[in-house]
Write a new protein. Structure first.
Length: 444
């Protein structure tokens, strides 16, 4: 495979002398595929979650997977057998430059690269499916949302459980008033994407096949550390690359809460958990939100609390769902007429059980989140987690990550202006500076 240095890529894409590494926005002739057309699709990322994503896309009869990029070529080799003729790149920028007929792209990489790749693809007129969280920082999320809206591109965030019958049924139950008006919600996940140990002092040689410079991408320079410290599995714990447990699972678990209650931006967020250290996120978070009330809530505001790791709703809340063990991840909606437990990826349950024993559950079918995106590109459907929905959802989740840096402080949020009203230092964590040579028009 022919590969180009960053300098060669910059020359070929005729970027500004300032060194922006991404091609300037130029919408292609075709941004909507006609129903009879084949969708030419590329994946950024080739293994792990990316492998699951591309398999789902490839299962749609209208999709032809033509290209893939992965900074670790050893993790892309398997694609040659599964997809004969696929073109493999190590540098996603070269893929976007050379694959001029692409219709769509999925972005399934570590969090810190979501925005740069998605924005670059959208600037070329590609429809994008982006894994959760939509981006690493709130500013990036807002810019992706605004650009996609302005250019009328098809978008979808990778919270595939949104399309499942379990989550759809839960949304229907809340909006149909099964438990009355909602008074408060408690959400949690026992995963532990955190590590408060110090950064190891050793510096290792990257394994064969991995381009560490490309892996770092927009992030600040870091020497490589082996044994999976960053790649491929533990980057979610690291401040510069992942977004911790909340960023990983919050978009999933907040999704049915956000959707059912039709939430907008919160007015405040407060962390009662440990703060991250210089390098890594913490676990055992407790984050309190206050959102404006909606027609589905009891009051003018509603409180939603997130817990992760060993943190958990208190016994007075758990008592509302009977004696069964609390699911590893899920939500409890407390209403004026009852309680709904929604385990992550399982059917909702209503309490007290005796009261709801004969309650008719709404009939809802499963959807295919990936195929929904494809059908939307074909002009035959709309996506459920387009950026105008998943952008505000992701912003809310990432606010919790910012709040964890300021424990025991109520941060007042102005969603319209994308800033905190009462803590100027917190505003410095809404946007990061990209590494020289990796600037992206519209983000940097």
């Amino acid at each position: 495979m022919q590969s180009f240095s960053r300098r060669e890529f910059l020359r070929r894409t005729a970027l500004s002398a300032a060194g922006a590494a991404i091609a300037a926005p130029l919408l292609q002739r075709r941004s909507w595929a006609a129903p009879s057309e084949t969708i030419l699709h590329a994946t950024i990322g080739a293994n792990g979650q990316a492998g699951s994503d591309l398999a789902q896309f490839a299962s749609h009869p209208a999709v032809k997977l033509v290209a893939a990029a992965d900074v670790d070529l050893t993790r892309a080799e398997h694609l040659k057998e599964k997809f004969p003729g696929i073109r493999i790149y190590q540098d996603w920028r070269v893929l976007l430059e050379k694959e001029k007929d692409l219709t769509s792209v999925n972005v399934s990489t570590p969090d810190h690269m979501h925005a740069a790749i998605a924005m670059s693809a959208m600037q070329l007129g590609r429809h994008v499916y982006v894994q959760k969280p939509l981006a690493h920082d709130l500013y990036e999320v807002r810019k992706l949302t605004e650009f996609a809206r302005a250019k009328k591109l098809v978008t979808q965030m990778g919270i595939q459980i949104h399309s499942s019958s379990d989550y759809r049924r839960a949304v229907r139950l809340i909006q149909d008033g099964a438990i009355g008006k909602v008074k408060e919600v408690h959400t949690w996940c026992a995963k532990m994407w955190g590590d408060l140990t110090a950064l190891p002092e050793r510096r290792d040689k990257p394994p064969a096949g991995l381009d560490w410079e490309l892996w770092l991408g927009t992030a600040a320079d870091h020497p490589f550390i082996g044994d999976g410290y960053y790649h491929p599995g533990n980057w979610r714990k690291r401040l510069d690359f992942g977004t911790g447990t909340f960023g990983d699972m919050g978009c999933h678990i907040f999704d049915p809460v956000f959707s059912a209650l039709e939430l907008t931006a919160p007015v405040s967020v407060r962390s009662e958990g440990p703060r991250p250290n210089k390098w890594n996120w913490a676990t055992d978070a407790i984050v309190h939100y206050v959102f404006p009330g909606t027609k589905h809530t009891e009051d003018r505001t509603i409180k939603i609390t997130w817990y992760d790791g060993n943190a958990s709703p208190g016994p007075e809340v758990l008592a509302l769902i009977g004696s069964d063990p609390k699911p590893g991840c899920g939500s409890i909606f407390i209403g004026t007429k009852g309680v709904m437990l929604l385990p992550h990826i399982s059917r909702p349950r209503l309490f007290p059980e005796a009261k709801f024993e004969e309650f008719p559950m709404p009939k809802v079918e499963d959807g295919n989140h990936y195929h929904e995106f494809v059908e939307a590109v074909l002009g035959r459907a709309k996506t459920g987690t387009h950026f105008d929905y998943s952008g505000p959802l992701t912003e809310s989740v990432l606010l919790g990550s910012v709040a964890s840096r300021f424990p025991h402080t109520t941060l007042k949020w102005d969603g319209k202006k994308l800033r905190f009203k009462n803590e100027s230092l917190a505003n410095t964590y809404l946007k990061r500076t990209y590494r020289p040579g990796w600037e992206v028009k519209g983000l940097s």
